[in-house]
Write a protein that binds this ligand. Structure first.
Ligand SMILES: C[S@@+](CC[C@H](N)C(=O)[O-])C[C@H]1O[C@@H](n2cnc3c(N)ncnc32)[C@H](O)[C@@H]1O
Length: 333
């Protein structure tokens, strides 16, 4: 028996893609169908309101397409091999339990053998510091971690060892881009290499997108991404967004993708958004804190003389057994 969620056929492809991006699709089983429903094998207890259930699903029978089958690690450690990893451009990035680190070269080689178009594999030592930059060690393949990543018809140059980049945000970037109306002024306060701005400029018609980041390394990548995607209506600004936004025109839409602490910057965003505008704020928090957090945030803003209303909250992904990443869509009042 496999753990799966039952989703309507019309929802099948977007849900499958989102599960893949979050590493929650159980690749050991094939996707099944029953009447008008798709049975999607999952590694979680529920997803986007669909509770997990048990069902008979056929094993995926991936043979030598599964790196776990050919990785040269002691049998007792195979169960610790990660089921998912990130692919950014033509590199793979994976986290390993401490017990597997001595076997990292063999694991990297196995991943290269079964994953088409992968040039190199990097061991992920986690993100560090204000710039959220990844500590990477090459464990197989050749070349550096600088890549061109493709997302929703865009090409983006990035290097996760120098600047923050998260391929798992593709669905969220597409959601925000789909909401942008003609002529909008958009501010991305924590832009990284400007993937939000790039997807927005390619799929909508804003009058201007201001992409701001504190990390000086971002500038080269932002500018290259404008060039790669023939974008003229984006301005790349290196600086502290609390300072920078004061000098910019008021925005129709502000993106705040600094999930560890975006709420600390919400007052700046509320002062910089038009009365008819909207803020998309990403935040990691305990699931049990969702309600009190919103009350406390509204009170904190009221103390500053700023009115706000949360118009939509959505869980983007699980972060730990008790925490999730949420996006709050917030309007000024
Ligand atoms: C989670 S990353 C966001 C990346 C980007 N939005 C994406 O989709 O890939 C947060 C970014 O905020 C930047 N940052 C942190 N504090 C900042 C500040 N005060 N002003 C501007 N950028 C800041 C970091 O350098 C980092 O690139």
């Amino acid at each position: 028996m496999a753990k799966c969620i039952r989703v309507p056929k019309s929802e099948g492809e977007p849900i499958r893609r989102a599960l893949m991006e979050e590493g929650l699709l159980d690749m050991d089983y094939r996707i099944g169908s029953e009447g008008d429903s798709i049975l999607m094998p999952v590694l979680c207890d529920g997803y986007r309101g669909y509770a997990a259930e048990e069902a008979e699903l056929r094993p995926s029978n991936r043979g030598e397409t599964d790196y776990k089958d050919i990785a040269d690690v002691p049998d007792g450690l195979k169960e610790y091999l990660p089921k998912s990893f990130d692919v950014i451009g033509d590199i793979a990035i994976l986290k390993l339990e401490d017990c597997l680190v001595p076997y990292r070269a063999a694991i990297g080689e196995a991943l290269m053998k079964v994953t088409p178009n992968i040039r190199a594999v990097f061991l992920d030592g986690g993100v560090k510091g204000d710039f959220r930059v990844r500590e990477l060690e090459k464990i197989a393949g050749s070349g550096t971690s600088e890549v061109i990543h493709r997302e929703y018809g865009t090409r983006m140059m990035t290097d996760p060892s120098k600047v923050y980049f998260n391929p798992r945000l593709a669905t969220e970037r597409a959601r925000v881009a789909s909401m942008v109306e003609d002529g909008e002024v958009v501010i991305d306060m924590f832009a990284g290499v400007a993937p939000f701005g790039t997807v927005i400029c390619r799929h909508a018609r804003p009058s201007m997108v201001y992409s701001i980041d504190l990390n000086p390394e971002c500038e080269r990548f932002m500018k290259e991404n404008m060039r790669l995607n023939h974008i003229r209506n984006m301005e790349c600004i290196i600086g502290d967004s609390t300072e920078v936004v004061r000098k910019l025109p008021k925005a129709d839409r502000i993106i705040m993708n600094l999930p560890q602490m975006a709420d600390r910057f919400l007052d700046s965003a509320l002062r910089s958004v038009k009365p008819s505008g909207i803020i998309h704020m990403h935040k990691i928090m305990e699931r049990s804190e969702l309600e009190p957090f919103q009350k406390e945030m509204a009170k904190r803003m009221a103390d500053e003389g700023l009115g706000m209303r949360v118009v939509r909250v959505s869980e983007l992904k699980t972060y730990s057994p008790t925490m999730s990443v949420y996006v709050f869509d917030i309007c000024p009042e």
